[in-house]
Design a protein around this ligand. Structure first.
Ligand code: FNR
Length: 183
């Protein structure tokens, strides 16, 4: 069968390392996996007053999540947590109460930062949020990637051999996780 994965990148930056990492990871997945990056840059700031009348962009995000067989979060760490734009997207698609788009969707969490801890704190915060939203999140392996020279080759693939092997292992486990939860 076919698996469509909603790709959620926590950075809006044009030259985002996380966007690049996401692209490299999707290239490591088997053919039956397709990835569609969902837009989060045009969502309103979440306001509970709008629950009964959600913006078209919020409805679009919710239907994209609902149609997906899995979720791939690739996010930077901002001030030892997840970026506000990512939390805003999660909040928007979690409401109205009882109509969350997230529940039950198997997820992987990964990220890249310029700092040595490679988004570890952001990932931990994200796991906390996803646990509440009833999103089964791959526990192992964890992957904390640090941006360095040569990490991405000219084609956008991972250019460091042992990192490439490690991330291939991560993708393989993510793929297995999605399959288990859609069986
Ligand atoms: C950062 N950065 C950062 N890095 C980190 O490892 N831990 C952190 O807590 C933070 N905090 C932080 C806050 C803000 C507001 C910014 C703009 C940046 C640096 C971050 O890793 C770097 O900017 C990455 O390039 C962001 O990811 P993208 O946009 O390249 O995907």
């Amino acid at each position: 069968s076919q698996y469509n994965i909603a790709l959620i990148v926590g950075s809006l930056r044009k030259d985002s390392f996380n966007k690049k990492l996401a692209h490299a990871l999707t290239g490591m997945a088997p053919k039956e996996f397709t990835f569609t990056q969902v837009r989060i840059d045009d969502l309103p700031l979440y306001n509970q007053d709008d629950d009964a009348n959600q913006a078209a962009s919020v409805k679009r995000l919710k239907s994209e999540i609902q149609a997906a067989q899995g979720l791939l979060f690739v996010t930077p760490e901002y001030n030892r947590s997840i970026p506000g734009v990512l939390k805003n997207a999660i909040d928007n698609a979690s409401r109205p109460y009882g109509q969350s788009a997230w529940a039950g969707k198997p997820a992987g969490v990964i990220g890249i930062s310029v700092g040595a801890i490679g988004t570890a704190m952001a990932q931990q915060h994200l796991r906390n949020v996803l646990a509440y939203l009833n999103v089964p999140t791959l526990g192992q392996p964890e992957a904390f990637v640090q941006a360095k020279q040569g990490l991405f080759d000219a084609a956008g693939n991972i250019g460091i051999e042992d990192t490439k092997k490690f991330l291939q292992g991560w993708v393989d486990q993510f793929v297995a996780w999605v399959k288990i939860h859609n069986a």
